[in-house]
Design a protein around this ligand. Structure first.
Ligand code: F6R
Length: 259
């Protein structure tokens, strides 16, 4: 099963995960990072600014999880814009080495296979950051997504559109379709790191980590992965049955193992 690490707050989560990424880049200067958008990874990116200061990151590569379909890439809430603003510019990554799925409507039928081929050509993702939707999605793999799915177009649930409306002026502006790495694509990354904070994510985390494997709960796919780490604050951990065991395990873990 996934290793669960319960931390005090989102800042501690960000620092812990950033330290793991910094260790990875120290080992491998052309590391391939799997980048998530939304609010959840922001504390990781903030901590990375400090932890990577002075490190040469010019060879680090990145692949975003998803993108809205039909939203102008120049729109401030396109995931291309978000990744540029929150990751590429502040960390000083090389823009041409950081990829986001192409959400342009023209040619969208080929965009998923092309993206998967790019990830494959890069040698796969070393560490994949993941947030989780209140409905259990990872990437934008909404409930019902196949565990074998590849990067493709999906229809966003109304729940997800409502959750993401806070980034737009109105619900109407939130696109209805996205292109997302599939669960099968995500499972090929060498290390999955799923983060969640707040009570609103507690049920999804409990179902993903301790519930049955089900396409109805897409994040439960992480149970199939040999190296998955779930980093949650106390509120997001509040519905985990084995929380005490996870705390005990992490407290007694040798520091050299990292996460
Ligand atoms: C974003 C993504 C989504 C989000 C999820 C949680 O690239 O793939 O799975 O991680 O919707 O969003 P936040 O972090 O905004 O709560």
């Amino acid at each position: 099963m996934a290793e669960v690490v319960i931390v005090e707050n989102s800042q501690a989560a960000g620092e812990l995960v950033a330290a793991e990424i910094a260790r990875l880049i120290a080992r491998r200067s052309d590391a391939v990072l799997g980048l998530a958008t939304g609010s959840t990874p922001l504390p990781v990116y903030a901590a990375l600014r400090e932890q990577l200061a002075g490190t040469d990151v010019s060879r680090v590569r990145g692949f975003a999880l998803d993108e809205y379909v039909g939203l102008d890439p120049a729109h401030p809430e396109s995931y291309r814009s978000v990744i540029t603003r929150e990751v590429v510019e502040p960390l000083g990554l090389t823009p041409s080495l950081v990829h986001v799925p192409d959400g342009a409507e023209a040619g969208i039928e080929h965009a998923g296979a092309e993206y998967d081929a790019r990830i494959h050509a890069a040698g796969g993702v070393d560490l994949q950051l993941l947030g989780i939707g209140t409905d259990g999605h990872i990437g934008f793999n909404e409930p019902g997504s196949s565990f074998a799915s590849r990067t493709r177009v999906k229809t966003l649930t109304e729940q997800t559109r409502e959750d993401n409306a806070r980034f737009f002026d109105s619900l109407e502006q939130v696109p209805r379709h996205c292109i997302t790495q599939g669960l099968g694509t995500i499972l090929e990354a060498r290390h999955l790191v799923l983060l969640a904070y707040g009570e609103g994510k507690a049920q999804a985390i409990a179902d993903a980590v301790e519930g049955p494997l089900s396409a109805f709960m897409p994040a439960s796919a992480i149970q199939l992965h040999p190296h998955a780490t779930v980093v949650v604050d106390e509120a997001a951990a509040s519905k985990l049955k084995l929380a005490g065991y996870y705390r005990y395990t992490f407290a007694n873990k040798p520091a050299w193992q990292g996460i």
